[in-house]
Ligand binder design. Structure first.
Ligand SMILES: Cc1cc2nc3c(=O)[nH]c(=O)nc-3n(C[C@H](O)[C@H](O)[C@H](O)COP(=O)(O)OP(=O)(O)OC[C@H]3O[C@@H](n4cnc5c(N)ncnc54)[C@H](O)[C@@H]3O)c2cc1C
Length: 473
């Protein structure tokens, strides 16, 4: 393991010279606030020794050169909304936060592109171009807090990925500072580019371990003119899940979203929001959104989907065709994670992904695990992408030590199931530190070795976000 040096008063003085005193933070309360992200704090945290908030790419490059010379680790951080511990400074050192690099650099309506600094809050991008009838279609559900730099590092996706894809589809250009402090400008406003290796894809999804994104050029998409949401109630989990591949293959319709929520997930979120959805009579729900250019087309597709659901065991199909009701049902879906956190703070939020046709088999296996371990394992998520957020909930009476043991055992078994179905450990939250130990057990050795070779070549001193995804040794 790399032996890092501690942050000394001399290093703090050098950092102050680069970014100015107002952008160097040593205050204990702030250090604590940046010691964790949205993964449970009792299991995943690490204290930074100093926080810097650079205001330019040049400053970021200078900090990286200094960090190499002094052999201190640097952890990039966006909004800290991550769910795999990626922004946690495991080895102390410098935490580089991007909140002050939040400017819009260029809005180019003719090319339908926007260029922004890495620290802009994702939803602000949409707010800026909304009046021009455009949006960034790859956004995750945390868009009101997360930053575009964090989205790129995680290759985040969201509730619309089935139709619009995830972040990587929309990033056409990037400015990146390498671990050694060089500045790279990759791509641009072009929508096609096969000139040399696709270096954008090397950095997108690399969880801040290969380079630091300081700005990005994003391709914008025309806002759909019409949309309709269906809230479909099913008697059980299996019948809801079985309909998902049928919508795609039988009807040939690609909805904007097919979100799945089992009964406990809906109930918990409704309780948290003081909302009332008709969950008492059902075992699970699908929230299906269809969008398009005309209301007639959208309504006709929604009707076909509704009919298919009714022919296949749906108890009820509710149509949400205006903003207020659409917001009501989406709020329930968006707040499930937060609700579980409030009512069951000790839990493991998983992010498993399988081929779409394997989702029925996956939910069957989850039910078996839940019964075998007498453990509550509610599931919800992006069923249209094969991506479920199964959540392992600590039984209230269980001691913490026993819970950590049980959690480890069940997570291992769950990952075995997922891999056997041709899936992966994470569809959008990343490996970070939360899944690192498990990932090393399931990834092919040749693949792991190639990733280690890349990391060593780009970051010879292992100073950029060390200890994430995999260990080097
Ligand atoms: C309520 C809730 C809902 C969520 N919904 C979704 C969802 O629908 N889809 C989804 O994909 N995720 C979701 N997430 C997870 C999280 O919001 C995303 O992973 C998001 O992309 C993280 O962005 P961030 O700015 O908070 O990054 P952080 O958490 O601060 O960091 C995440 C990773 O990015 C790296 N990083 C940050 N900025 C940079 C940079 N400029 N350059 C290089 N590396 C950088 C960090 O080192 C870290 O490894 C959700 C989280 C919450 C709490």
């Amino acid at each position: 393991m790399t032996k890092f040096n501690p942050i000394t008063p001399e290093i703090v003085a050098e950092l102050t010279q680069i970014v100015g005193a107002a952008n160097v933070i040593l205050d204990a309360e702030k250090l604590e606030a940046y010691s964790h992200d949205e993964t449970p704090k009792d299991q995943f945290s690490g204290m930074p020794e100093v926080i810097v908030t650079p205001t330019s790419t040049l400053q970021v490059a200078e900090i990286m050169k200094l960090a190499n010379a002094r052999l201190v680790p640097v952890t990039p951080r966006g909004a800290g909304s991550g769910l795999s511990g990626g922004a946690i400074p495991l080895h102390g050192g410098i935490l580089m936060a991007f909140e002050k690099m939040n400017k819009v650099l260029d809005v180019d309506l003719q090319n339908m592109m926007i260029e922004v600094q890495a620290g802009i809050v994702t939803n602000e991008i949409n707010a800026i171009v909304e009046d021009d009838g455009l949006f960034f279609a790859g956004y995750p559900m945390s868009l009101e807090s997360c930053q575009i730099g964090g989205n790129i590092a995680e290759n985040a996706g969201g509730g619309k990925a089935i139709k619009y894809g995830v972040t990587d589809r929309y990033i056409t250009g990037m400015e990146v500072v390498t671990p050694l402090g060089d500045i790279l400008k990759i791509g641009g406003k072009i929508v096609k580019d096969v000139s040399g290796y696709d270096l954008k894809r090397l950095y997108i999804g690399s969880e801040g371990t290969l380079g630091i994104v300081t700005s990005a050029t994003i391709k914008l998409t025309p806002l759909p003119k019409a949309k309709t949401d269906l809230l479909v109630l099913f008697p059980d989990v299996q019948s809801a899940i079985e309909i998902v591949p049928m919508i795609l293959s039988k009807l040939g319709i690609v909805p904007t979203s097919i979100e799945f929520m089992d009964r406990l997930s809906v109930e918990t979120s409704c309780k948290y929001l003081n909302e009332h959805l008709d969950y008492e009579s059902c075992g699970s729900m699908l929230l299906i959104e269809v969008d398009g250019t005309t209301q007639e087309q959208v309504d006709s597709e929604a009707e076909m989907i509704g009919d298919l659901c009714v022919e296949n065991k749906a108890i009820e199909v509710y149509v949400a065709d205006n903003y207020t009701t659409q917001e009501r049902v989406w709020a329930v879906r968006r707040n499930i994670a937060e609700a579980f956190k409030v009512y069951s703070p000790h839990q493991s939020l998983e992010d498993i992904v399988v081929p779409i046709a394997q989702i029925p088999a996956l939910t069957e296996e989850i039910a078996k695990l839940s019964a075998e371990f007498s453990l509550s394992m509610p599931s919800y998520g992006h069923a249209g992408d094969g991506n479920l957020h199964t959540t392992l909930i600590k039984p209230p009476e269980m001691a913490l030590e026993a819970w950590y043991e049980l959690e480890d055992k069940v997570v291992k078994r769950l990952y075995q199931v997922v891999m056997a179905l041709g899936g992966k450990l994470s569809g959008e939250h990343g490996i970070g530190i939360k899944r690192k130990a498990y990932y090393q057990d399931v990834v092919a050795p040749e693949e792991l070795e190639l990733m280690r070779t890349l990391k060593k070549a780009l970051d010879p001193n292992n100073i950029l976000n060390p200890g994430k995804i995999f260990d080097l040794a």
